[in-house]
Design a protein around this ligand. Structure first.
Ligand code: NAD
Length: 476
């Protein structure tokens, strides 16, 4: 069903499309296939709702967000189970994601009340300046499948906290999670038209209307750099505001003074999270030559213990990849690397056999001997492959780490404060984890440099993406 103007409705075309479980290839359900007419109606509803919602006090808007937070926490288990069935990640990781998603509702319930303006000293004696921050208007949001609940609240919570209204298009692989999140909004009694959901199997049709409709004042997108560029180009023709959370190619740097066992455990945890389908997943693991042996053998023993399977089963840490195309892409990168001289120290193949045959599984893989001429050195993998590259000097590793068009996350392991500080200052990445594999939280600004994006989500920065600055000059 689509959620438009506070109503659950079918698509005007009455068309539906199938959603599949990647663990076994079975159809889960048919969902409404929204089209251009549906999204136009949603934009119109959001435009009408903006008139009143933008005039609610911040305290009033905050109360709706608190209520949504509480409902999401109450429904954590059912949301997490649905996420595992629809997206594939193991249940424990799905529960963590629901908590992360709810955190944005709570954080922006609080930030709604902190949208401060300014007064500025004026050059004339009879003049006064005041700066207002006002909601931008109707927002068009497009979200990916890999974090199908939290990527929604990371946009909706700050947008509606700021006083904007929103029309959201979720990824075609995960519309059921989106529907359950919008049920939370509906049950929190967020007024009609403030939040609207259009699921579709035709993202370009809906995306184009969101970008070209003059009533939509801002586009916020999370997804691949390729699609993000296309959307930014289209939006530029209308001088439409955009925020972009795009792909990544994170370096994970392990200096010679670091504890190689501790660092290898860190890589084993962060690299295989969500089966490698994360924008902040390490994609190049730079290890100082002096500790490479101990690091690699620890990583191999850890990775060999990872169990693949249906995320609803106990003890599973590797779920399926989202679809067959994702398995092909990972396999091609691995084959290309091996053909050019890399060695598969673990994995390196699709996973088949009992319980895995009907799903889209790839073995957790470690590649050693990775070099610059391999595809994996430059292309985002979005799968469970850990490519190891050796280095000798600090200078060399900084150069290699920054040798990418991306700039989202980077990780550094060292006990040496000077090395850590040098790396922090030199790395051209929006997020740097220093001996920390999870440098994210609702309260912290998340986003990338270079082709990894524009703008930030989360933190106090996140709400500013949905505000315009207005200057008032008074002559008194
Ligand atoms: P994708 O770009 O294929 O799809 C993302 C969204 O864009 C989906 O909703 C999709 O339906 C929509 N879309 C696709 N073509 C479109 C078009 N022509 N017009 C409008 N919308 C269109 O990416 P994906 O494979 O779903 O997601 C994985 C990517 O997302 C990875 O590159 C990952 O790094 C990135 N990602 C980034 C962040 C971040 O915060 N930086 C977070 C999660 C994922």
């Amino acid at each position: 069903m689509l959620y438009v103007n506070g109503q659950w409705i079918e698509s005007q075309s009455k068309q539906t499309f199938s959603v599949y479980n990647p663990a076994n290839g079975e159809e889960i359900e048919q969902v409404a296939d929204g089209n251009k007419e549906d999204v136009k109606a949603a934009i119109q509803a959001a435009k009408e709702a903006f008139r009143s919602w933008s005039r609610f006090t911040a305290y009033e808007r905050s109360q709706y967000l608190y209520r949504a937070y509480e409902l999401m926490i109450e429904r954590k288990e059912e949301l997490a189970r649905l996420m595992t069935i629809e997206q594939g990640k193991p249940l424990k990781a799905a529960r963590n994601e629901v908590q992360y998603a709810a955190d944005f509702l709570q954080w922006y319930a609080e930030e709604a009340k902190r949208v401060y303006g300014e007064t500025i000293p004026a050059p004339r004696r009879d003049q006064r300046f005041m700066v207002l921050r006002q909601p931008i208007g109707v927002v068009g949001a497009i979200t990916p499948w890999n974090y199908p609940v939290s990527m929604i609240t990371r946009k909706v919570a700050p947008a509606i906290a700021a006083g904007c209204t929103i029309v959201l298009k979720p990824a075609e692989q995960t519309p059921l999670c989106a529907r359950e999140v919008f049920k939370v909004f509906a049950d929190a009694k967020i007024p009609e038209g403030v939040v609207n959901l259009i699921s579709t199997s035709n993202p370009a049709e809906i995306g184009t209307e969101l970008i070209e409709n003059p009533d939509v004042k801002k586009i916020t997108f999370t997804g691949s750099t390729e699609v993000g560029k296309r959307i930014a180009e289209q939006a530029a023709r209308h001088v439409k505001r955009v925020s972009m959370e795009l792909g990544g190619h994170a370096p994970f740097i392990v200096y010679g003074d670091a504890d190689p066992v501790h660092a290898a455990k860190g890589v084993a945890l962060v690299k295989f999270l969500n089966t490698g389908q994360a924008c902040i997943s390490p994609n190049r693991i730079f290890v100082h030559r002096s500790i490479a042996e101990e690091f690699t053998s620890t990583l191999i023993s850890r990775v060999k213990k990872l169990k693949a399977g249906n995320g609803l089963d106990d003890g599973i840490s590797i779920g399926p990849l989202v679809d067959a195309a994702a398995v092909d892409k990972v396999d091609q990168q691995v084959r290309d690397a091996v053909a050019k001289g890399a060695c598969a120290e673990a994995g390196g193949e699709r996973l088949t056999g009992e319980g895995l045959d009907k799903g889209t599984y790839y073995a957790p893989t470690i590649l050693s001997g990775v070099t610059k001429d391999m595809k994996i050195y430059r292309e985002e993998t979005f799968g469970p492959v850990a490519p190891i590259i050796l280095f000798d000097s600090e200078e060399e590793v900084m150069e290699m780490a920054n040798d990418t068009n991306y700039g989202l996350a980077a990780y550094v392991y060292t006990k040496d404060l000077s090395k850590a500080m040098n790396a922090l200052e030199q790395l051209n990445f929006g997020i740097v984890g220093i001996n920390d594999i999870n440098p994210t939280a609702a309260a912290a600004p998340f986003g990338g440099m270079n082709e990894s994006g524009l703008g930030r989500e989360g933190g106090k920065e996140g709400i500013h993406e949905y505000l315009e600055t207005k200057l008032a000059g008074f002559s008194i």
